[in-house]
Design a protein around this ligand. Structure first.
Ligand code: SF4
Length: 316
């Protein structure tokens, strides 16, 4: 890869001492593994909006639609200060050309999912987003986002990283004077990958491309981008991968020997029962692609949607 993909990351996850107590929450998977492929843009909303280190801890209070950011002991309300910072910062981040964002879980500023909100002094529910995370999600509708805690789940991790790489390829496509022929090519190369996430969305995207003859206008490209990233955010389950593997096998059917066919079916079956990870049937399929030279499959992003060195498919 000649250029690292840029993603936003909650600053404390990178080891920066920005937390309320002057500490950090360095996440080794991000700093030691993902750093080889991603350029990180650190963001600490609490420090960047002018709060000191150390500082009093805060929590979200009120109703889910309109949460207030309040200090725990002294009850100072920082909602307006934070929201005005968020408004400005999400616009500034447009310059950063981000392809994803990893947030710190549970934070009233940075948490993405199930952040505690106090609906009364002693009664909280896990149902909100941190104020900054909410601003990012509202501003960048198609940006892949995830929390560091959920990245420990192999399936969610693979799904998020696949989305980031897909979004990066899409942005590169847009930069290089997109024409209709290239849109057809982009769609064709992503067909099997999209099938592993959602056959329904694959069909919708196919119709959009087929209906957009001539130069793809901004409206078509925007609509395609929205549906593409929505599709990619749907988790590719084992069942969907099994369907895809059978679909791929259909391209070899006539050329595989009886033993090869039986071996591939057996390995797909083992994957379906979760006895082996996805990388096992895919390795055999790649071998047959090389052996029988199938150009359509060779070009499919599904076979390597992210660098194999990340070993993401060794765990799903
Ligand atoms: S969770 Fe967010 S606001 Fe809190 S220290 Fe980390 S980056 Fe800063």
């Amino acid at each position: 890869m000649d250029k690292k993909i840029r993603i936003g990351v909650s600053s404390c996850l990178l080891g920066n001492p920005v937390r309320y107590d002057g500490g950090h929450k360095r996440d080794r998977y991000i700093t030691d593994v993902l750093a080889k492929y991603f350029h990180f843009v650190p963001v600490c909303p609490e420090v960047e909006c002018g709060l000191p280190i150390p500082r009093e801890t805060m929590r979200l209070v009120g109703d889910i639609e309109n949460p207030q950011l309040i200090t725990r002991n002294t009850g100072v309300n920082y909602t307006e200060k934070m929201l005005s910072y968020c408004h400005q910062r999400v616009i500034e981040l447009e310059e950063e050309d981000l392809c994803g964002f990893i947030f710190k879980k549970d934070s009233p500023s940075s948490g993405l999912h199930r952040v505690k909100i106090f609906i009364s002094p002693y009664n909280s529910i896990k149902a909100s987003r941190g104020l900054f995370a909410a601003s990012v999600v509202n501003h960048y509708k198609v940006l892949p986002v995830e929390e560091e805690g959920r990245l420990k789940d192999a399936i969610l991790r693979e799904n998020f990283i696949e989305q980031v790489f897909c979004y990066s390829r899409w942005k590169e496509f847009l930069l290089d004077s997109p024409n209709y022929k290239r849109l057809i090519d982009f769609h064709a190369r992503h067909k099997i990958l999209l099938m592993s996430h959602s056959p329904k969305y694959l069909s919708t995207l196919g119709k959009m491309v087929a209906g957009g003859k001539g130069t793809p206008d901004a409206e078509l490209l925007h609509a395609y981008e929205v549906v593409l990233m929505e599709a990619m955010s749907i988790v590719a389950s084992v069942k969907k991968h099994v369907n895809v593997l059978h679909h791929i096998m259909g391209y070899f059917k006539k050329v595989l020997t009886k033993d090869e066919k039986a071996e591939l079916l057996e390995i797909i079956n083992q994957y379906a029962k979760r006895m082996v990870p996805l990388v096992v049937p895919l390795t055999l399929i790649n071998h047959y692609i090389r052996k029988y030279d199938t150009p359509y499959l060779k070009n499919q992003v599904y076979l390597e949607p992210h660098p194999s060195e990340l070993m993401l498919r060794n765990h799903v």
